[in-house]
Design a protein around this ligand. Structure first.
Ligand code: ADP
Ligand code: MG
Length: 314
């Protein structure tokens, strides 16, 4: 592990090995199960203050983030805390900067020429934008799943899972590779569907399976955080449900941030929701409010949010 990767995970906590207190574990497990049983936001426990910063590894603290494409400011003044072991949904009209903001959380924003960020994104006590931090190491610890499933089409299913890992580390032995493929595909709820055809190309899978393959590829590198930008927008309802169930599983181990244009989806899967809005073309997007998902969808604090969730926007 190089210096920057260590910077970002100083606690060296494997997200798969739970070392937290039983209270928190039980609380999490309870919330997950009740959410899955009823699939409504009201299932969230009223006793838990979802807005309280959770003192666990991999919490993200964003402060005064301004995001630019050259002269154009796309996002202004965002501050938020993103708690680990939960799902945070980002909603808002097209063009309000949700994807831009998401990409700034793993330093993918700056791959665009002229693009830059002001402000801080702190995880585990270190600013991702601090001096000497290697953006490539950041992207390994904070993985991203995109709108359109993007497996390498001619690469086998197994090699797709290993692709990120192979970029990042020395050679793996065959048994180690096979083990990682199985573990990641199981983690992505895809193993049973593909275990007999691991050598077939990634493109032989359905869209929903391809997206789960991309999630398997993302978790194969053991990230701390998973960012998902409208991961279901290209999928049918059945595949969408499979991904939503997977997200509820994954939140036991990961800090998940999802951008979605589907408000029912945000209501079904997320613990907290942030609403972004934009005043007009050429203006920067802003975070209007962030709160427990149940509150945002039943009794938001801002009229703008109310207008948006009830379809009166625009
Ligand atoms: N690569 C880019 N270069 C310049 N401007 C961009 C780029 N990507 C997005 N933008 C602009 O940034 C703003 C926010 O876009 P985006 O983050 O994609 O919004 P959303 O995901 O909420 O629809 C928009 O005005 C968009 O045109
Ligand atoms: Mg977008």
């Amino acid at each position: 592990m190089n210096r920057s990767a260590r910077l970002i995970t100083p606690h060296l906590i494997n997200p798969h090995q739970s070392t937290q207190t039983p209270t928190i574990q039980n609380g999490e497990a309870h919330m997950t199960d009740s959410l899955r049983d009823t699939a409504t936001p009201t299932a969230q426990s009223a006793a838990v203050d979802l807005n309280a910063p959770v003192d666990l590894p991999n919490r993200i603290d964003v402060t005064d983030l301004n995001i630019f494409y050259g002269d154009f400011q796309a996002v202004e003044g965002v501050s938020m805390t993103i708690n680990p072991r939960s799902i945070t949904a980002l909603i808002g009209p097209s063009g309000c900067g949700k994807s831009t903001f998401l990409r700034s959380l793993n330093r993918m924003h700056e791959v665009i020429h002229g693009a830059y960020v002001q402000g801080s994104v702190v995880i585990n006590g270190h600013d991702l934008y601090g001096p000497g931090v290697d953006p490539v190491a950041v992207r390994r610890k904070i993985g991203m799943v995109f709108q359109r499933p993007n497996p390498f089409p001619t690469m086998s299913i197994a090699d797709n899972v290993l692709a990120g890992k192979r970029l990042n580390s020395r050679r793996m032995s065959k048994p180690d590779a096979a083990e990682l493929v199985e573990k990641s595909l199981r983690g992505a709820n895809l193993w049973n569907e593909v275990k007999d055809r691991l050598d077939k190309p990634g493109s032989s899978l359905s869209g929903g399976q391809q997206q789960r393959l991309c999630i398997a590829r993302a978790i194969a590198v053991s990230p701390d955080v998973l960012l998902m930008d409208e991961p279901c927008s290209a999928l049918d309802p059945i595949s969408t449900l499979a991904i939503e169930e997977l997200m509820l599983d994954l939140k036991r181990s990961y800090n998940i941030v999802i951008v979605t244009h589907n408000m029912q989806q945000a209501a079904r899967v997320s613990d907290r929701t942030g609403f972004f809005n934009i005043k007009g073309t050429g203006k920067p997007g802003k975070l209007i409010e962030m709160d427990a998902t149940e509150k945002i969808f039943s009794n938001p604090g801002e009229q703008e949010t109310q207008d948006y969730i009830t379809g009166r926007f625009g």
